[in-house]
Design a protein. Structure first.
Length: 281
């Protein structure tokens, strides 16, 4: 008989891997994951050990789980790589940049757990949703959208987010995944501002960052088209991106797409500024 080498004890150091395994119907193979995995995939919080993530991996923690596969994300610190390798289990590092990369990652994880057919279904469902939104925005006016994944330093969202913005009927302003200066973004003068900060959930302080950066006269701010989208909707390269796609579409073309969960719009910054000024006086 051919031995079954399918991994049965997986340590997931990356939320996207945990979500992928869940959607493949293989979450029972995950014996340990990170607190960020549990935030994005609440089902993973029950009955599993919480361990450090890809940036702070600990060989002792990982080894204690007796894994036959560790899944992590790159880039990460060299020390973390050493800790993962020291644990001695098979190691899969995910480093997607584009939607196609993400589809390939899903297929790769599915193949490892002998769920290739389900992997194809998950990818096909994502592609179908992207195509549907793209078809509904064909021929529309495409506003310029600046989307950031971090505030200090200011970093634009990843290439897959740029692809989703295009599918949702916008034009990505700036260079995906690159550091930007406050002045440069001001000169871009985007029509829409979106913040989806890693690890911040939906708690990005929109009014504060506009005031602190001096962006009050930007077109997006004057039109009150400044939004926060939940972190995991845009920064978890997994099927959760479809929720991000719909949030982007609702922000970019609210007359075509209805409001959706995970999308928050700025209040009137001019009112906030007057309150702050009067408080100082």
């Amino acid at each position: 008989m051919t031995p079954d080498r399918t991994p049965r004890r997986i340590v997931s150091l990356q939320p996207s891997a945990t979500v992928i395994l869940r959607d493949l119907g293989q979450l029972d193979r995950v014996v340990a994951c990170t607190k960020y995995c549990a935030d994005v995939c609440p089902e993973a919080a029950t009955g599993r050990t919480i361990v450090d993530d890809s940036w702070t991996a600990d060989a002792v923690e990982i080894s204690a789980m007796r894994p036959d596969l560790v899944i992590a994300a790159v880039p990460y610190q060299e020390k973390s790589v050493a800790e993962i390798l020291k644990a001695g289990a098979r190691f899969l590092g995910l480093a997607p940049r584009t939607l196609e990369d993400i589809y390939m990652d899903i297929a790769a994880v599915a193949a490892l757990v002998h769920a290739s057919d389900m992997g194809q279904q998950v990818v096909a469902a994502m592609e179908q949703e992207v195509a549907m939104v793209r078809s509904r925005t064909a021929g529309v006016t495409r506003p310029r959208v600046f989307c950031e994944e971090w505030g200090k330093p200011l970093i634009t969202s990843q290439p897959w987010v740029a692809e989703l913005i295009v599918a949702a009927g916008g034009t990505f302003a700036g260079t995906p995944g690159a550091r930007q200066s406050v002045e440069n973004v001001r000169s871009l003068d985007p029509d829409i501002l979106i913040a989806a900060w890693c690890g911040a959930g939906d708690r990005v302080p929109l009014e504060k960052i506009v005031r602190d950066r001096g962006w009050q006269e930007m077109s997006a701010v004057r039109a009150q088209r400044v939004y926060c989208i939940r972190d995991e909707y845009l920064n978890t390269p997994a099927p959760t991106l479809i929720a991000g796609l719909h949030a982007l579409a609702a922000a970019i073309h609210p007359k075509i797409f209805p409001p959706t969960d995970g999308l928050r719009q700025i209040r009137d910054v001019s009112v906030e500024s007057r309150i702050a000024k009067n408080a100082v006086v």
